[in-house]
Design a protein around this ligand. Structure first.
Ligand code: ZN
Length: 389
């Protein structure tokens, strides 16, 4: 049996930071062992930098890849949403081509698994032939309660179309956001038995204003799309608190963005029986013009954090390293090991695939990355990624 042996200045296993260690893998990339360097035998390939498992992108929209550069940066949430709604149509071949390139780009950036939001089944064929692990999160929206059943059935139809190409275990139907899903629709979604559920959460000030006070810029969105929401009555609490009782109680719950989440929101979620993951997509926040989440608060409250890129409609590239760099620039106190755990093990655990991804452990095939040009104190501002296996 032919083995590959790798060592670098530091080995991050997904949980532990080791020095003077080597990673041994077989030709297919399955991890055989992580051992002290002196036990690694001969022909150890030596690198400068850090070895770690492949990255997990916990939140993406592959099917919006053709929208790269179509929406200007800093429009604010409502104009961003309107542009996605009205400008997402494109030639079917162009959509497929852009998705193919985006998936290749993610592989090049060391991404091995993706939590992918789907409003259509457009991504089915790409996923079937991809070496990336995909969990398709079929997203449903509809703020008008009377339309709940119809919207739900449309979502189920998308899921069934995706299931022609992808395992049912790698699929969920999920609510879009607190401001776009009625209580009735939440109830229909919550009746599904699923391992992973996600929701865009507390992304913009407009979302908080609508759900808390019944006013703000989202009224302009509903007017623009001709939906009367006079029926809606705010409860005076945050958008997450408004919908918390309606969210599915089972499966991992991924809350995405969390730019306006507070200690009260975190405390409420910590009472739940299910595992709650807070997924940050900082470059999309910056692109749209939303604030970054209060990352130190989430650390202080000992929450589970993972990372996503969101889509190429609101990002310049699909790179988890770039998201880590953005967070480190904004919060210099963040430790590199923390960021790496969010990018690897936590993302895998959020998608329920921590037995295969996110850790360098014997028998697993998580991908092996070399993070180069790591500066003093774990500074990754000039770092790049190379995939070793
Ligand atoms: Zn998103």
């Amino acid at each position: 049996m032919q083995y590959q042996r790798f060592t670098a200045d530091v080995v991050f296993t997904g949980e532990a930071v080791l020095t003077q260690h080597a990673v041994i893998a077989n030709a297919q990339g399955t991890i055989i062992d992580v051992v002290p360097l002196e036990q690694a035998g001969s022909e150890v390939q030596q690198f400068n930098g850090l070895l770690c498992p492949g990255f997990v992108n916990a939140h993406c929209h592959l099917e919006l890849s053709h929208m790269l550069g179509r929406i200007p940066a800093h429009t604010g949430m409502v104009d961003f949403l309107l542009q996605v709604m009205f400008n997402r149509q494109a030639d079917a071949e162009l959509i497929q081509y852009a998705m193919h390139n985006a998936a290749e780009q993610m592989l090049g950036h060391g991404i091995v698994a993706v939590g992918d939001i789907c409003n259509t089944a457009n991504s089915a064929a790409i996923k079937q032939h991809s070496s990336i692990y995909w969990h398709s999160l079929v997203e449903i929206s509809g703020f008008v309660p009377a339309a709940a059943l119809q919207r739900f059935e449309q979502g189920i139809a998308v899921m069934q179309a995706l299931q022609q190409h992808q395992s049912a275990a790698q699929m969920s139907v999920v609510p879009h956001a607190p401001y776009s899903v009625s209580g009735k629709l939440y109830e229909l979604i919550a009746q599904q038995t699923q391992t992973v559920v996600s929701m865009h959460n507390q992304e913009s000030v407009a979302e908080e204003m609508l759900l808390t006070q019944g006013n703000g810029d989202l009224l302009r969105l509903y007017e623009a799309i001709g939906v009367n929401i006079d029926f809606f009555t705010p409860k005076g609490n945050s958008s997450l608190q408004h919908v918390a009782d309606w969210l599915p109680q089972q499966g991992n719950l991924l809350l995405v963005h969390n730019c306006h989440s507070t200690a009260d929101d975190i405390a409420l979620m910590q009472q739940r029986q299910q595992a709650v993951y807070w997924c940050f997509c900082p470059r999309a926040n910056q692109y749209i013009g939303n604030p970054l989440p209060n990352v130190p608060l989430f650390i202080e409250k000992d929450t589970r954090i993972c990372l996503g890129t969101d889509s190429l409609a609101s990002n310049h590239s699909l790179s988890i390293l770039a998201e880590m760099q953005t967070l480190q620039a904004a919060f210099p106190q963040l430790q590199l090991a923390q960021l790496l755990q969010w990018a690897t093990y936590n993302g895998a655990a959020a998608l329920g695939i921590q037995q295969q991804y996110g850790q360098l452990k014997p028998g697993m095939k998580p991908g092996l990355l070399l993070l180069e040009n790591v500066g003093a104190n774990g500074d990754i501002s000039h770092s790049s990624i190379q995939r070793l296996c």
